[in-house]
Design a protein around this ligand. Structure first.
Ligand code: ATP
Ligand code: ATP
Ligand code: MG
Ligand code: MG
Length: 284
């Protein structure tokens, strides 16, 4: 950039650098999606096409930012979890946050007509806010993921019962709200089963468990037989990974399939079966 007498204004800029060796979590959330979903006639309680669109936008973000190792989405929100050792944008908070939010929003708009072809987008247009949270250990990061999945369960059980009362039971919304006030999970399960013959456990997993997206590197991983421990060490160390190694890793990731699953991420099984998700994690 050319020098000028105005250059000094740059000294007013403030940057927050995210702590090293911590999990960076960026959570994006739709702004005013209660209103947005009404305006665009989302099916209640769950519009499947809208969820598929969220997942597709999240997968696109992950393709563009390979330092994201997995993402978890429910309703109008998505959490993106970066590798602990990520050096993306020198870990500058504003660059990371704004890039994730704007890339997600751009793909959401771009893919809208593919997923919701019958409803053209008109203002009110969708927009998303975002925040960054740092988690210092695998335990806290996993507790964060568990928190979001528990939220998914609580909200979905409530919404499923609420909308059954309204849509199938002919109740008005105020009455349905009153009926559900102070009820426990067992009460809602009972209402669903006895009044509407719905077994909540048979509801689609995407609604009950949310969506987890990650690179399924298991196949090339085993084929090339890289030593996960060595990879973890090299990612954590200050030693610059050689260009060829970096290129190999980039190719391996770009070949790997991005998968969407609707599964339990609270129990250990999910993480034990996919060790590469926590690769580069010193305290695992
Ligand atoms: P804020 O701007 O504070 O986030 P909001 O209106 O977006 O406000 P949220 O708590 O984020 O509030 O809730 C999102 C709302 O969007 C849900 O309560 C639901 O009404 C609606 N929504 C999001 N996704 C779907 C979907 N796939 N199907 C049906 N409704 C949805
Ligand atoms: P970064 O991601 O770090 O911002 P960048 O490639 O966007 O990288 P900038 O410093 O923001 O770098 O510069 C933007 C570049 O985009 C310009 O150097 C120029 O090459 C190009 N550019 C932007 N707007 C125009 C335009 N209207 N016409 C032609 N080129 C443009
Ligand atoms: Mg919202
Ligand atoms: Mg939300």
């Amino acid at each position: 950039m050319a020098n000028s007498k105005y250059e000094y204004v740059k000294t007013f800029e403030q940057t927050t650098t995210l702590l090293p060796n911590t999990y960076i979590v960026v959570r994006v959330d739709g702004r005013g999606f209660h209103k947005f979903s009404t305006k665009h006639d989302f099916e209640k309680p769950n519009d499947r096409a809208a969820l598929d669109l969220m997942n597709a936008a999240a997968a696109a973000v992950m393709k563009e930012l390979p330092d994201i190792s997995f993402a978890y989405g429910i309703s109008d929100e998505f959490s993106f979890i970066f590798e602990r050792s990520s050096r993306l944008f020198d870990r500058r908070e504003s660059k990371i946050l704004t890039t994730v939010v704007s890339t997600f929003t751009a793909y959401y708009l771009h893919l809208w007509s593919t997923f919701v072809p019958s409803k053209p987008l008109t203002p009110l247009l969708p927009s998303f806010d975002g925040r960054v949270v740092l988690y210092p250990s695998t335990q806290t990061m996993r507790d964060y993921m568990s928190w979001r999945q528990v939220d998914c369960h609580i909200n979905n059980l409530y919404n499923t019962t609420f909308w059954a009362l309204v849509q199938r039971g002919g109740m008005d919304v105020t009455k349905a709200e009153e009926k559900l006030k102070g009820t426990l999970a067992a009460d809602k399960n009972e209402i669903l089963f006895s009044q509407f013959g719905i077994n909540y456990n048979n509801e689609p997993e995407i609604y009950r468990k949310g969506s987890i997206i990650f690179c399924d590197v298991s196949y090339p991983y085993h084929q090339e037989v890289p030593d996960p421990a060595a990879l973890a060490v090299s990612k954590n160390s200050e030693v610059e990974i050689s260009k060829t190694q970096k290129e190999k890793e980039r190719k391996r990731r770009s070949k790997a399939e991005i998968v969407v699953q609707h599964t339990d991420i609270i129990k250990d099984d999910f993480w034990e079966q996919r060790p590469w998700l926590l690769c580069g994690d010193a305290d695992r």
